[in-house]
Design a protein around this ligand. Structure first.
Ligand SMILES: Nc1ncnc2c1ncn2[C@@H]1O[C@H](COP(=O)(O)OP(=O)(O)OP(=O)(O)O)[C@@H](O)[C@H]1O
Ligand SMILES: [Mg+2]
Length: 266
């Protein structure tokens, strides 16, 4: 039986879908079979991120309404045999997804794949609450290191606790080493400590993420820092002990400090 990971965030736009897609590729290259379930009903993104928009025929809603079999709605990725996608419906509304039907779909996928990654919609409203009934083995809270995001993440954790879900682990995304060293941005561990949660991983701000999406290349095909961060997280998801890189832990060289200070004065 595979493990089901619910990847969520309080605040939107923090990088859940990007990380989900990249983690799936990294896990598959480490030998695992992965299914991504795009659960952002009405605002799907995984088909575009994975470059398979034209391959989607059936979606999650078709399966949940028993109109088609799970297998029919699974889209395989070119050059990535071990990753499948179940797309979200672009036109349905979240309220039309029956929690019991969603749970049934996830149960079936759990029997077929080593990892089922559920890309959740942002927030704590009904469209997230529907998903919380599917009995995930692990929950992940993705956040960026700012105050609003931390506050929203704390609210998300309360919802998970109310629903008796596993305590989330944290991925802190878009860390900027220089700002952390200047004391102007929280480091990943400081974010996790503030929430009282365990850190699953930290990912730096990296222009390669945008470039990869623009050019429709997988992040795992580029040699960049974000890719290495994602691969470390995938390893930890597979139960391996991989040390955290602690972005921003070292000292700034005097000339970099001076350059950043001068930028601040502008
Ligand atoms: N580490 C990173 N470095 C640079 N840009 C990033 C990084 N992670 C994500 N991004 C960018 O952030 C934007 C939002 O990412 P994404 O759509 O994955 O967020 P999301 O949490 O899924 O959003 P939503 O809440 O709307 O579903 C994208 O343009 C993506 O390229
Ligand atoms: Mg998303």
């Amino acid at each position: 039986m595979g493990s089901v990971w619910l990847i969520a965030s309080g605040k939107g736009g923090v990088g859940k879908s990007t990380l989900c897609a990249s983690l799936a590729a990294a896990l598959s290259r480490q030998g695992a079979g992965v299914c991504i379930v795009d659960a952002d009903i009405g605002l799907r993104s995984q088909d575009a991120l994975l470059g398979v928009e034209d391959r989607v025929v059936y979606d999650l809603m078709d399966v949940a309404r028993k109109g088609c079999a799970v297998r029919q709605a699974l889209v395989s990725l070119p050059n990535e045999d071990n990753v499948s996608l179940m797309a979200a419906s672009q036109f349905a509304r979240a309220k039309d997804l029956e929690p019991k039907a969603f749970t049934r779909v996830i149960r079936e996928l759990r029997g077929e794949f080593g990892f089922v990654l559920i890309d959740a919609p942002a927030g704590i409203e009904r469209n997230l609450r529907i998903l919380t009934q599917c009995e995930p083995d692990e929950t992940v809270c993705v956040l960026t290191p700012d105050d609003v995001c931390l506050r929203d993440a704390a609210r998300l954790c309360e919802v998970f606790a109310d629903r008796k879900l596993p305590t989330p682990r944290v991925i802190v995304n878009r860390l900027q080493e220089d700002l952390i060293r200047l004391g102007e941005m929280r480091g990943a561990q400081a974010c996790a400590d503030r929430l009282g949660l365990r850190l699953l991983g930290e990912v730096p701000e990296d222009p390669s993420v945008y470039r990869a999406q623009l050019n429709r290349i997988r992040l795992t095909d580029i040699d960049c820092e974000a890719r290495r961060a994602v691969e470390r997280i995938a390893g930890r998801m597979r139960g391996r002990e991989i040390p955290l890189p602690r972005y921003g832990a070292g000292k700034l060289s005097w000339w970099k400090r001076r350059r950043l200070r001068s930028l601040k004065e502008v």
